[in-house]
Write a protein that binds this ligand. Structure first.
Ligand code: AHR
Length: 303
């Protein structure tokens, strides 16, 4: 009732004042896995709730499409641009163009590697390195510090693949009995994860001596689980399974005992991102270069 009244009142007062909605261009990576579409949906729903005019561009995993989208947003003279960058490199030029056009750029989720940090206002995201550390620390205690690990990496050159690997390796370096014995990219997809695990199974005589699978996201781990089951293995029992995202299908795998732990990457993050952007548009002032969204570890019962 209050909400309806507020919405009507706000509509009338916006119309009466002649104020127009804030226009934000959002360049999204694509729709790989289960986490990313949930993030896209949240960004669209949250924009609607906040009365933001959102121009949404799906780059289908291609950086060239993201560059085109950002240039289109500049040409349309949006108020602000939000980018979830596919990979960290290759952003300097287009960010300079946005700066020249006086359009502030915000990074959501993934990072960029640019020398001039003033090319974007801030990054609003989880700490991917911490996620890798949480996964590594859980595995260290579950394996009592002795473990040969196979790793399924995310998209090559993407911030989560780089930072999760670094965080995980930082923990492993503290335990002489723990090491990554095989590592390959499954591009953050279920099919990619399945193919990579099939190759690992072949190369190691059915994962002989392998104590754990660390996947940079749940979808690759879900593909790996399929591959292991097809090979007659028992994921979660024969091999410890730890990954990142905590998507619904992984929650089900944890409940079935086919996976052991997953670090939650929150997907409902529009509520963190948009207020930063709209406050900045009202009152442009320097912000910390990184606004961190918390990550939490979820462990299956009995682990
Ligand atoms: O950038 C975050 C990562 O991207 C998620 O962990 C993964 O599922 C997605 O593809």
């Amino acid at each position: 009732m209050y909400k309806t009244f507020a919405a009507v009142f706000l509509g009338v007062s916006l119309a009466a004042s002649g104020a127009s909605a804030v226009t934000i261009g959002f360049s999204q990576v694509g729709d790989e896995g289960d986490w990313r579409p949930a993030f896209s949906k949240d960004m669209q729903e949250e924009a609607k709730k906040m009365g933001i005019d959102l121009k949404f561009a799906d780059a289908q995993g291609k950086q060239e499409d993201q560059l085109k989208a950002v240039r289109a947003f500049i040409a349309q003279r949006v108020d602000a641009i939000v980018i979830a960058p596919v990979v960290v490199t290759g952003w300097d030029q287009v960010l300079k163009e946005a700066k020249r056009a006086n359009i502030p750029v915000f990074l959501a989720d993934r990072d960029v590697d640019v020398t001039d940090k003033s090319l974007y206002v801030t990054r609003i995201s989880a700490d991917f390195s911490l996620e890798g550390k949480l996964a590594g620390a859980w595995l260290a205690q579950a394996s009592k510090g002795t473990c040969d690990v196979v790793e399924l990496q995310g998209t090559v050159g993407s911030a989560p693949a780089i930072e999760r690997k670094k965080g995980f390796e930082a923990v492993l370096s503290q335990f002489p009995g723990m090491k990554i014995v095989k590592t390959q990219s499954g591009d953050f997809t279920t099919e990619g994860g399945k193919k990579v695990m099939e190759a690992f199974i072949k190369a190691t005589d059915n994962l002989k001596g392998i104590c754990a699978s660390f996947a940079h996201n749940d979808n690759m781990q879900l593909g790996a689980i399929q591959a292991m089951k097809e090979a007659g293995l028992k994921p979660g029992k024969d091999v410890l399974m730890v990954s990142v995202d905590y998507v619904p299908a992984m929650k089900a795998a944890l409940a079935k005992g086919e996976a052991n732990a997953s670090v939650e990457l929150r997907s409902a993050i529009g509520k963190y991102i948009y207020p930063v952007v709209t406050d900045y548009l009202k009152n442009p002032k320097e912000l910390p270069k990184w606004i961190v969204i918390p990550s939490d570890l979820h462990v299956a019962a009995g682990n």
